[in-house]
Design a protein around this ligand. Sequence first.
Ligand code: ZN
Length: 605
Amino acid sequence: MHSTTWRAALPLAALLASPRPAPAADLFDPLDVRHVKVEGEIGRRIEVTLRNNLLALDADKDFLQPFRDRNRNDGYIGLGKLIDAAVRFAHLTGDVKALELKKRLVAETLKTQETDGYIGLLKADRRVWTLWDIHEMGYLVYGLATDHRLFGEADSLAGARKLADYVIARWTAEPRRVPGNGQLTVHMAVTGIENAMLALHRQTREAKYLDFVRDVRATREWEAPIVLGRFGTIEGHAYAHLCRCVAQLRLHRLEPDPRLLKPTFDVIAFLLSGDGLTLPGEVGDHECWHNTQEGTLNLGETCATAYLLRWYDEGLRMDGHPALGDLMERSIHNGLFGAQSPDGRRIRYYTPFEGPRSYFHGDTYCCPGNFRRIVPELPGMVYYIADGGLAVNLYTASEATAALPAGVTLKVRQETDYPSSGRVAVVLTPSRPAAFPIRLRIPLWCAKPALTLNGAELDGVALERGTFAVASREWKPGDRLELELPMPARLVRGRKAQAGKAAVVRGPLVYGLNRARHPELKNVDLRLVVIDPATIEGPFPDDTVRPGGTACRVKAWKPGAWYPFAKHDYTLTLTEYADPGCEAIYFKVPNPRDERLVDDELVRE
Ligand SMILES: [Zn+2]
């Protein structure tokens, strides 16, 4: 696929506007996250990730000590990811403890910096070329650069520069040497380095960091075929691939070049038309691209889920395509939140939809670090400035303040229990009556959206699923838009490994079976349970995952039953995907061609 536009690259967008070249300037601009206060489940996850995870870590023992010792032969900790997460949480929340933590982490990390610039955990003779050392240093540069960007800390910028200069000097001095010693493909071994150097370039405006990304890392020329499976040098590493696509999009913003978009469009085509995306918005098996639609043990590395979201956000900024918002909400409410215990403390490396799930054993390493980083970025994906007005991308209880052109300050408040229901009130308070457009994402899953303004029908606003509905008029303080996105449960048809089965989905939420709630299923192979599509009910209140959460019910037959005539054997309660006990989402149905089954609206043949 050689598309040069987002619209052409998103197969589901073929029914939308005609292709046009990627614009030079972004169409959507994010708000400062400090001006977005998010409640609802996204807000709750921010809170529990801060209180019960970030602030509950043993930062000294688990993260800092190895950098003080610097006596290891190999290994990876993820100190840079932790610094980046702490800086973002401190900036987002202004929380005193988060601020203390980030200051201490940065100060203690900078104390470990060698005179040559090195910050790491390896012995002198193992540095740079041993697997993960550049990866570790890249995220340290990134975290320190973030601290400078968000807090103006000069020491952090100085440390980041020294470290980046060390990496560039050592790497370019031996152009034939391969980081990771050829054990893995270089782009995986140094995951994150391009984004780190771009972040540092943004803070310093120094050409050498941009040159490194463009020329040394050949970021424009990276063609990146989708390699399926895990073998050889792990070419098809989903997280590394997405991370590099993000860097390409960021470089494209500075130096537009169609080559920088091609890998992104190839991934989109693979995800949406090549079975690369799974129903809960997760990708990859055992970290690598996969298209079997299996959801066992090693589904969806959490790092890949985090980078999917960041990559969708980059695309949305560039092109404002509403399908990217649909993709975001699918991944956030399922794959991402499923990767964390409901109380926030524990993180998963993989989040399967078939079979039991387990938590990662510790707090260091890639997935816990990338989970902590993406959570404080979520408020930045709720609203965007678009075309002089505001685009509402994610539905969640929240308040935000946006500076619009012509000196208008807009306060916006969403009153909603979304995703429990699809009723969303958007209350607008501009600083003075002013005309500007309000965009509301109408998800592809929503067949019958409705919109009113101050209780009355709103003429001239097209409510078409898969678009942003645009209401353009003069807005007055207190104007209240009420959006109704009915979310009846739908049965989504499985593909490939899930052929002949279906999953219960409502709005963006995927529902699954927690066997612990069903003693009668203790020794039953869930793959042989058959559900009756005529019997889906819900939503019912269910607080297993979150306050105000939901569940659905469906009647089912036991393995071997003479369905569809036999009496039902079970009434299954299906809880939200993030239920830690979820171990099945797809169930057999009597008739795989049942007209009540629908395709996943996010994918296209
Ligand atoms: Zn990971």
